[in-house]
Design a protein around this ligand. Sequence first.
Ligand code: HEM
Length: 222
Amino acid sequence: MLNLYRSAVGKKVLMALTGLMLFGFVLGHMVGNLKIYQGPEKLNAYAEWLREVGSPAVPHGGVLWIARIGLLAAVGIHILSAWQLTRMSRKARPHDYAKLESVQLTYASRTMRWGGVIVALFVVYHLMHLTWGSLHSDFIPGDAYHNVVAGFQVLPISLFYIVAQVALALHLNHGLWSLFQSLGWNHPSINPWRRRLAGAFAAIVFIGNVSFPIAVLTGLVA
Ligand code: HEM
């Protein structure tokens, strides 16, 4: 097990499994946020339900905290493995190829690294904006609906969210595609489906997420 963990294959499997967890969160978060279209009561009731779920068996917010710790661990392992894999590949090839053998592969992995950094920075900003409110000029604790609407009415903030979703979509598309590879689901007969599935899931998350700032900017959600 230790040898597997130390190997590049082991780290790729870890990246794939934690990536799958994070993808599940991103998809679930987008679907949950669709409640914005049902009005403030429904969205805020959903936010409150996330805190109540599991009670009285577990204390208020208990399940949410367990999910948060799991998510944080997944993010940590995902980033650590990415960093270690980058170092391993640099060590294996200290000098760049004089001529790139596979431009496409290098381009994809480079985009994954930088895309991952951009997504991580977006998440930190997003937490300070809509969870803690420290980067929100009109934040009301416990009123997620108001915070989203007031937040997205600021054009540069909406534009920033939309740009970040482009980075996330590219990361999800390539991440989902390579995830199957790392878990061994790689065969010429299923590869076209892999490509389509990854593209479709990335597109669903992208369309759902960019719809929120656009709906606020156009006045559909107010
Ligand atoms: C435009 C799309 C998005 C909207 C409208 C949105 C909205 C929100 C809101 C309102 C909260 C606070 C919930 C609460 O405190 O009850 C939140 C929390 C959060 N969001 Fe988003 N979000 C979006 C996209 C994303 C994306 C793409 C990610 C990750 C890549 C993400 C990750 C998180 C995380 C980690 C939390 C903290 C959850 C917690 O610990 O309670 N969000 N989001």
